[in-house]
Ligand binder design. Structure first.
Ligand code: NDP
Length: 497
């Protein structure tokens, strides 16, 4: 029933009159403890903040539509892709990674690109970045790595020394570091950048056949980036540039669009691939695995309430749907656990019932109770399975093919990984083959500017170690970076390369 009463009330619905003055003893007297309305206002205010996301704290969201434009049913039986023209509502959250909630949008950082597809077979979350690779390929390194992107424990300042020390000691980061140091590390807002699912996923078709898949969202606005100096200027001028840019565009009905594409690798191709196809620091070359069109995502609605629909939005790589599944990518496996865990901490165990996270189609299970269970909690229906009372059943048609493993040796190391220690070939392709002259120059300038911030007794050691990595990827890059940093290249250094 629509509430017609517009009277000012307490949270429990009691109309009250005095909203701005506390009850005191006389005009100058102390405040009475019985001014419950004051307590209620302050107590709620004191609790307005929920834990900030440890990573991806600064973010922007929008709703939109995804439309299927090409038939990929030979790869997937996902109902969403069942027919060209099928549509579903989506929610996207863009973000920076390392900064706090109040940090500037134009920091040099990867950008989060998380999409929630509200499909009839459940919510599918593709929780990626604007880069196809990542700094690490094992989730056990994640906390260490992120600490280096946050604040120094003593100075409480961001520290190029920590960042480059870690990157130079963890050369698998090189590919992502190169992208980060290119102008793609400072995109012009969120509309003009690509998104990538980054991990290898799988698709399963009606015949229960499986292929490995990578997802790419290509911006239809065209790639546009800030140069290093332009991004720095914008950090001071408008720290919320990317938020404003997205809201302004959508308010003006200039709806941004991305083309969703996939790369497909068969099981046989995976066996013969030069690298581990589940290694998050590697891409699959387009020449060998061409992009296949899937559909178009359009963002056309700014959420009415930021806290309700963006701050409380919870994306998780654990949320796949029938016809789309995971792979043995270690980072993906780690994130399957850590994302829902983070949401349970940040939003509570019933976070999937918050309206923005709730599947708009049927949800039937026996999960009950817990903090903030506000959806009726299953009413008087049975709370156990199997039972003799309701008609909920496990639908066998959703069975996935079994996962076939090619090893039964449990170990911590990637001893036999194909090309496991080749951290250099693909960054070399990026610099030598893909970047234009101008992009190379800007990348070198950004590297030199960032590495010039390395200080302290280990400065030279860190710089030399990182320069060796650049040399291994591209001699041209190594020489240019060394030159910019004023490092003399001697025989000893080249011997390490
Ligand atoms: P291609 O020439 O077919 O593709 C190059 C890709 O690089 C394009 O997707 C392009 O994106 C993207 N790109 C251009 N400049 C940059 C940059 N500064 N940072 C990140 N990406 C950039 O080459 P290959 O497929 O053979 O890959 C060569 C190298 O390109 C890889 O080693 C990798 O570093 C990079 N790359 C490859 C991707 C892949 O999935 N194959 C994806 C992204 C990067 P766009 O077309 O939108 O301009």
């Amino acid at each position: 029933m629509k509430e017609k009463n517009r009277k000012l009330t307490t949270a429990s619905g009691k109309p009250y009159v005095e909203h701005e003055n506390t009850m005191t003893v006389g005009a100058r007297g102390p405040v009475l403890i019985q001014d419950y309305i004051y307590h209620e206002k302050m107590a709620h205010f004191n609790r307005e903040r929920i834990p900030e996301r440890v990573v991806h704290a600064k973010g922007t969201g929008a709703f939109g539509t995804f439309t299927v434009a090409n038939d990929i049913t030979k790869y997937t039986r996902a109902k969403l892709f069942g027919k060209v023209g099928n549509q579903c509502r989506v929610l996207i959250r863009f973000s920076t990674v390392g900064g706090e909630k109040g940090s500037a949008d134009t920091e040099r950082d990867p950008r989060g690109f998380a999409v929630k597809f509200y499909t009839e077979d459940g919510n599918w979350d593709l929780v990626g970045n604007n880069t196809p690779v990542f700094f690490i390929k094992d989730p056990k390194k994640f906390d260490d790595f992120i600490h280096t992107q946050k604040r120094d424990p003593r100075t409480n300042l961001k520290s190029p020394t920590m960042m480059w020390d870690y990157w130079s000691l963890n050369p698998e980061s090189l590919h992502q570091v190169m992208i980060l140091m290119s102008d793609r590390g400072t995109p012009f807002g969120y509309r003009s950048m690509n998104g990538y699912g980054s991990h290898t996923f799988s698709m399963i078709n009606k015949k229960n056949e499986k292929v490995w898949v990578k997802f790419h969202f290509k911006t239809l606005q065209g790639i546009k980036n800030f140069t290093g100096p332009e991004a720095e200027e914008m950090r001071g001028k408008d720290p919320d540039f990317a938020q404003r840019d997205l809201v302004d565009a959508i308010d003006k009905k200039d709806f941004p669009k991305w083309a969703l594409k996939i790369q497909v690798m068969t099981g046989e191709q995976a066996k013969n691939f030069r690298w581990n196809p589940f290694d998050l620091t590697k891409i699959w070359s387009h020449a060998d695995f061409p992009l296949i069109d899937v559909g178009v995502m359009e963002l056309n609605e700014i959420p009415k309430n930021y806290f309700a629909e963006v701050e409380q939005a919870a994306f998780a790589p654990a949320h796949v749907i029938d016809g789309i599944s995971w792979s043995p990518d270690k980072m993906l496996q780690g994130r399957i656990l850590s994302y829902p865990d983070a949401h349970r901490y940040r939003l509570g165990v019933n976070y999937e019932q918050i309206p923005v996270n709730k599947c708009p189609y049927a949800v039937n299970n026996y999960q009950r109770d817990g903090f903030m269970r506000v959806d009726g909690n299953g009413g008087s229906d049975p709370n156990y399975f199997p039972n003799s009372f309701d008609d909920i059943y496990a639908d066998e048609s959703y069975k996935e093919p079994p996962m076939i493993l090619d090893s039964n040796i449990a170990d911590w190391y990637d001893r036999n990984a194909e090309g496991g220690n080749d951290h250099y070939t693909q960054p070399g392709w990026l610099f030598n083959k893909v970047m234009t002259k101008e992009e190379k120059l800007n990348t070198i300038n950004n590297i030199v500017s960032s590495m010039s911030g390395i200080t302290g007794p280990k400065r030279d050691e860190i710089i030399n170690r990182q320069l060796c990595h650049f040399f291994r990827a591209s001699t041209e890059l190594g020489i240019a970076a060394a030159d910019g940093l004023g490092v003399k290249i001697d025989e000893k250094m080249l011997q390490h390369v």
